[in-house]
Design a protein around this ligand. Structure first.
Ligand SMILES: [Ca+2]
Ligand SMILES: [Ca+2]
Length: 161
């Protein structure tokens, strides 16, 4: 009769990793697009790569990202901001750009009201008043911007046999 072989069942360290072209940060993977696309095309691209347009759900994440489409829109109902997963914007976690002259979101229709739909998509970061900010601006969804996708890390056991 065979004896039970005692295989050590110690903690096996898990190694987090991301696909090629994705950067690991914390527990998430991020894809910083080299190209510029409209908001809806960006959203599709992210989904095609098994991710989604980034959802800012921590202050750390806000600091990480700059000048990209994020997954926030009020295209369904003007003024009601939602992430692409359908969740509502947490009022305690917003980063709208605000100065005396300029308060976002402003649903701006352009100099000559050429954009009748206003602005329903959100981009981060803008040079304003001579300083670099990492705040949110609502923008025309059809304008081309860089975008950032996010997805969970894959993990695999990193055991030494
Ligand atoms: Ca709007
Ligand atoms: Ca705006």
């Amino acid at each position: 009769m065979l004896e039970n072989v005692h295989v050590p069942i110690g903690p096996c360290p898990m190694k987090l990793h991301c696909d090629t072209d994705w950067e690991l940060n914390g527990t998430k993977c991020y894809y910083f697009s080299p190209n510029k696309l409209s908001w809806s095309h960006s959203k599709k691209k992210c989904v095609n790569m098994s991710g989604h347009l980034v959802k800012i759900d921590s202050r750390e994440e806000q600091v990480l990202i700059d000048k990209f489409w994020i997954g926030l829109t009020d295209s369904e109902t003007e003024g009601v901001w939602k992430w692409t997963d359908g969740s509502s914007l947490d009022p305690n976690l917003t980063f709208w750009f605000k100065t005396k002259q300029n308060s976002e979101p402003d649903n701006w229709t352009g100099h000559n009201k050429e954009n009748l739909n206003g602005e329903d998509c959100v981009r981060m970061g803008e040079k304003a008043d001579g300083f670099e900010t990492k705040c949110w601006f609502d923008q025309d969804c059809n304008s081309s911007q860089h975008y950032i996708c996010e997805k969970n890390t894959a993990s695999s056991p990193n055991c030494i046999k």
